[in-house]
Unconditional design. Structure first.
Length: 309
């Protein structure tokens, strides 16, 4: 919910954040060095390098097109593969609920190539991906842009609530929209992938306004830590213990007393790799399929989204 004393779209000045503490930075560095001896981390680094090359190749393609997966809602079943057919039969509303993908910094919707394909193959028929300038903007401005995109998706599809999946900065933008701009009225479930919910020391690398906002203890981080009583949105936060962009890595877990959130730890996965992991695609699909309107589970044996991290 937005601050009643601040008009929608107003820019909040950035108070100076505390300087980084040497002991904390040293502990994070030592932890990273120890991780280099882990075979899973080494394998994850190799996959991350390969995915970086693939992302650079597909990056220009992410600048063109509508950002919507082909197909749309299906009303006939005989032409569909068994997985999609089964989902439509079991829960046509879950299959049709729109999903909006929000990329991170210095990226575009091409980072979701694998995730989009995985979601559509599992029966989700309304998958959108937005582009926005993540360099010449800040989190609050991008959140206003997201608000407009969400309204456009709702108008186009006829759904009152949608799901949002944000990678890195995209998750932070979506969280600001949901918790500070009243976006919980529109967003049923927000999934974040490698999002610096508590900031990252890596943001000290560049003196940009956007990077300053992502530093631990910044004005934006303090604003996101404010009470959010009555928030309707359910949160699912994936984080990796090998994410070099988030320092310390556990900052990508979501811990807030007013939010119904579940954080999922991954081992050995790199920052860019998160949207392409099979277990992430499977976990997101299960969460978006199995949750009813109030966030509880529809079927037995499904792990509910609870306040733990």
């Amino acid at each position: 919910m937005s601050d009643p004393q601040q008009p929608r779209g107003a820019s909040t000045p950035e108070p100076s954040e505390p300087a980084p503490r040497a002991p904390q930075a040293c502990r994070a560095l030592l932890g990273g060095l120890r991780a280099l001896a882990d075979p899973a981390v080494l394998a994850g680094a190799a996959v991350e390098t390969a995915w970086l090359g693939a992302h650079l190749t597909t990056w220009p393609l992410g600048l063109v097109g509508s950002g919507r997966s082909a197909g749309g809602p299906a009303y006939r079943l005989e032409h569909l593969p068994p997985v999609q057919r089964g989902m439509l039969v079991a829960d046509v509303e879950a299959a049709g609920t729109p999903i909006l993908l929000v990329h991170g910094i210095v990226s575009n919707r091409s980072v979701f190539t694998v995730l989009r394909r995985g979601l559509t193959r599992r029966g989700f028929s309304n998958v959108f991906a937005m582009n926005y300038s993540s360099v010449a903007t800040d989190v609050r401005t991008a959140a206003l842009r997201l608000a407009d995109e969400v309204e456009a998706v709702c108008e186009q599809t006829g759904f009152e609530r949608i799901h949002v999946i944000g990678h890195s900065l995209g998750g932070l933008v979506a969280r600001y929209y949901v918790t500070r701009l009243g976006g919980d009225e529109r967003v049923h479930t927000l999934v974040t992938l490698g999002t610096p919910h508590e900031g990252t020391w890596a943001a000290y690398a560049l003196p940009m306004r956007l990077m300053r906002q992502m530093r631990p203890g910044s004005g934006l981080m303090r604003e996101l830590a404010r009470p959010v009583r009555g928030c309707r949105t359910r949160f699912l936060a994936y984080w990796s213990d090998s994410d070099a962009a988030i320092v310390p890595q556990r900052s990508a877990a979501l811990r807030h007393p007013d939010l119904s959130a579940r954080s999922v730890r991954l081992h050995g996965a790199g920052h860019l790799t998160l949207p392409m992991l099979g277990e992430v695609v499977h976990g997101i699909s299960g969460a978006l399929t199995q949750l009813d309107a109030d966030g509880s589970t529809v079927r037995q044996g499904v792990v509910p989204l609870s306040r733990r991290g």
